[in-house]
Design a protein around this ligand. Structure first.
Ligand code: ANZ
Ligand code: ZN
Length: 803
């Protein structure tokens, strides 16, 4: 048993004194920027899940340093956000004070794990010196016309009492609190992320992200190619001119099969198109439909509902009159909020047509029953009959375009980013609204705070409570709100909404590069040197939130000439969750949360580190196991005991397992197969113990591969054995393929004493394995009919089957 308290403290102090984890700006060495998602310093302290990601990339960072690279592995605090604010409300304390305490706890906890962060680069998103630049970047969006104020229905969390972005509504509830979300019409600051939809998609080809991460982003952006088509509708007012109903479709080739049209209940033409005798029915339906969430409305398993408007549209290709319906399965927020319904080839349209007895026409030939959604040859489509779906799509788009009835179009599921929050604990939006009518009409009276007056400091207020009316708590800080217009000197009011907690995290990786710069968010030359991040690990839950936002933010800064690369992260990987022992999610309310402090105190930092790497495949969810922890501790105790069996020579088996271990750990780290790397190190210790000894040189070499996982134990032994300096200052060991290879022997195979073949097997291979291979040898198999009566085995020489 080693004294982990002593080891941990001793080596953590020494590393800090020597400053060996400080990254140098500019160096002859190749740079390597390793990034983990910085934590939100909650009141609960470090979660046992944090060290999984942090240790994994610590292993990578430490290996890269030993490979001779200049490594940047930074950490900081993503500290704005609702939990702290809610806690402050409950306890009557200032979020500023609470945040400070929480950060101190997190810092102490992370330091206790011996992670090789460059602590001199710590950043904190709530520090005015930091959010000054978040505000500056917001103004860049504003000046580029990408931040704009709009009144529109947004998601409103009833518990958090704030607007949310689409990305923050996960499975129909608030991503943060799990509370119900409703649609509310509100004026909001928006950021035009949709302008970057194509770039965000295309550039996924230039980065090394896990395939499932790319897929999620692609699906979220949801690019659909198709066409808009205009259907003529009767005069919208008595005696007036006819109008058009525009639809978006991904299948313009099915236009001859459009047997009815559907408008979203919120569609602006609903009131105008509805005939008098359908009016009351339509109004009742609309009222019910708009109260439902998009998720309910899109649910394919629910029975379809809808109502006829009384009006008809004209199909531009065959002049057929088709009825116009209203149904909630068509959403206002997508495409044009209206569709041509093709029940023969669309599932939802089919279900609707069945429900309301509308005609169903086959326009794509194929096998099986309707609806058939796949492509094929066109039928019942006039002059277009016989065309393939692909050809038809091209032709019809042109046909429509030359007649002014439609054109090819692209649609996205991605929506602009709802950026205002009606809460206190966030960055103030650095704008004022000028009350002089003539001032800044082109921005609706909104005026930017000049750069030299940034940051706009978040004022202290008496009440942090959010309001049901949707006003930010800052609205009550009258002295702060009422100010002077920087443009014209007239009276002006500050914007009282704050930024979402995703603002500060959208660019923190840039600030690490130059955290103390007061002239710019970071020095250009330093950005040139360090960017992009070479390897970024984080949670899958952030794929369509932080990861998407920060890619967008970086691309925008790149286009403005502020950062050197368009894609911020060259590589993105993801870790699985750590669950409670019973496989459920850890949660405070269930009382099944494991505190990392307890594990570190009882077993030491290395045990927690190695355990989290050993617990299971890195990408998967895994339950915590107290037994597993003890097992890892026993492994480390055995490692320490290896120092007692150092000899002048060692058996071939030990040399071999050493080289096998170097080889396996080297490749496993790159593939994030940390669990099998640890298993191999365990095998190594077993083999050395079985063989009764190891040379000092071999043990020192082993400590270098162990170092990234268990740096305290590795350094302690390294010192005991008289090794030079830190394990971290040694070169990553290389392996000899020949020494790693299992020795092989030829085995003669006889049947009834006659030689019938030979096979090559690893020396020392187990009898059952050798016999199994022997039976499979082609020539031998011919002479064996069924199970041999008897099998004679002479290790390393011969197998004789008696039949
Ligand atoms: C006719 C058609 C025929 C369609 C067919 C599909 C198959 P994605 O791929 O998701 O972009 N659609 C368009 N706008 C809609 C809205 N606001 N609410 C609900 N549905 C809408 O889907 C595009 C397809 O979804 C469009 O193509 C349209 O139906 C429907 F055999 O038009 B399609
Ligand atoms: Zn003004």
């Amino acid at each position: 048993m080693y004294d982990h308290k002593k080891f941990d403290k001793k080596w953590q102090d020494r590393w800090e004194e020597a400053g060996i984890f400080h990254a140098e700006d500019f160096s002859d060495k190749e740079k390597f920027y390793v990034l983990v998602e910085f934590p939100y310093p909650s009141g609960a302290g470090l979660h046992i899940g944090h060290p999984r990601s942090y240790t994994a990339l610590d292993v990578v960072a430490r290996k890269r340093r030993m490979e001779g690279m200049n490594v940047l592995y930074p950490i900081g605090w993503d500290a704005f956000g609702l939990p702290t604010e809610n806690y402050a409300i409950k306890t009557g304390r200032k979020p500023q004070d609470v945040t400070k305490e929480n950060i101190e706890t997190f810092r102490r906890q992370l330091k206790s794990l011996g992670l090789s962060f460059d602590w001199s680069r710590e950043v904190n998103t709530t520090d005015p010196e930091y959010y000054k630049w978040t505000q500056w970047m917001f103004l860049e969006f504003f000046k580029a016309g990408l931040a704009y104020k709009a009144r529109q229905p947004i998601n409103w969390c009833l518990d958090c009492k704030t607007g949310l972005a689409n990305e923050e509504v996960v499975d129909a509830v608030c991503e943060r609190c799990g509370g119900a979300v409703e649609k509310r019409e509100k004026e909001q600051w928006m950021i035009a992320i949709t302008k970057y939809a194509d770039k965000l998609l295309e550039d996924l080809e230039n980065v090394d992200y896990l395939p499932k991460i790319k897929k999620q982003q692609q699906d979220w952006i949801g690019r659909s190619e198709g066409a808009t088509i205009d259907f003529e509708v009767p005069p919208l007012t008595k005696g007036g001119r006819g109008g058009v109903l525009r639809v978006f479709t991904t299948r313009p080739d099915t236009i001859f099969g459009a047997t009815y049209m559907v408008l979203a209940p919120e569609h602006p033409l609903v009131a105008k198109l509805t005939t008098d005798d359908q009016k009351s029915e339509v109004e009742t339906y609309v009222k019910e439909a708009v109260a439902k969430t998009d998720i309910e409305r899109g649910d394919a398993t629910k029975e379809k509902t809808g109502v006829f408007t009384g009006a008809y549209a004209t199909n531009p290709v065959d002049k057929e009159k088709i009825p116009i319906w209203i149904a909630d399965y068509v959403l206002m927020g997508y495409g044009t909020g209206a569709i041509m319904a093709v029940p023969g080839h669309d599932e939802r349209d089919f279900a609707f047509a069945k429900q309301f007895d509308l005609p169903i026409v086959e326009v794509v030939a194929g096998e099986g029953e309707l609806p058939r959604v796949e492509g094929g040859r066109a039928v019942n489509s006039g002059e277009f009959d016989g065309l393939s779906t692909v050809e038809f799509k091209k032709k019809i788009s042109k046909w429509l375009e030359t007649r002014g009835k439609g054109k090819a179009a692209v649609n996205y599921k991605l929506r602009d980013w709802v950026f205002s929050r009606q809460r206190y604990w966030g960055e103030p939006i650095p704008l004022v609204h000028c009350e002089e009518e003539e001032c800044s009409p082109e921005t609706g009276g909104w005026v930017a705070i000049p750069e030299d007056e940034l940051p706009v400091i978040l004022p202290e207020v008496e009440k942090y409570e959010p309001t049901d009316s949707g006003e930010s708590p800052l609205a009550g800080a009258t002295d702060w709100v009422e100010t002077m217009c920087p443009e014209c000197g007239g009276p002006a009011r500050r914007e009282t909404d704050t930024m979402p907690n995703w603002a500060g995290s959208s660019w923190y990786f840039l600030r690490y590069i130059d955290p103390k710069n007061s002239e710019a968010f970071a020095d250009k030359k330093k950005l040139d040197y360090w960017m992009p991040v070479d390897w970024y690990n984080g949670g899958m839950e952030h794929t369509t939130l932080h990861l998407l936002y920060s890619r967008f933010w970086n691309k925008f800064l790149h286009d403005r000439g502020h950062v050197p690369v368009s894609e911020p992260y060259a590589k993105r990987t993801s870790h699985g969750l750590i669950l409670a022992e019973d496989g459920s999610k850890m949660s405070k309310s269930k009382g099944n949360v494991v505190n990392p402090d307890d594990t570190v105190n009882e077993f030491g930092a290395d045990t927690l580190r190695v355990y989290e790497m050993f617990i299971g495949p890195f990408g998967g969810a895994v339950p915590w196991s107290t037994n597993g922890i003890s097992g890892v501790r026993r492994f480390l105790d055995r490692v320490v005991r290896l120092a007692d069996i150092v000899k002048d020579s060692e058996s071939d088996a030990v040399t071999r397992v050493l080289h096998q271990t170097i080889k396996k750990v080297t490749t496993d780290i790159e593939k994030m197969r940390f669990n099998t790397a640890v298993a191999q190190m365990m095998t190594f210790v077993n083999v050395v113990m079985e063989n009764g000894g190891i040379t000092k040189e071999s043990l020192l070499t082993f400590l270098r591969v162990l170092g990234p996982f268990a740096p305290h134990v590795a350094n302690e032994l390294h010192e005991q054995l008289g090794g030079n300096g830190f394990v971290e200052s040694q070169a990553w060991p290389s392996f000899d393929e020949k020494l790693a290879a299992e020795k092989e022997v030829k085995i003669a195979i006889q049947v009834n004493g006659k030689l019938r073949g030979t096979i090559t097997v690893a020396a020392g291979a187990a009898e059952q394995d050798v016999v199994a291979s022997a039976k499979q040898e082609e020539n031998v198999a011919k002479y064996l009919e069924g199970e041999p009566k008897k099998t004679i085995f002479i290790a390393g020489k011969l197998v004789n089957f008696v039949v």
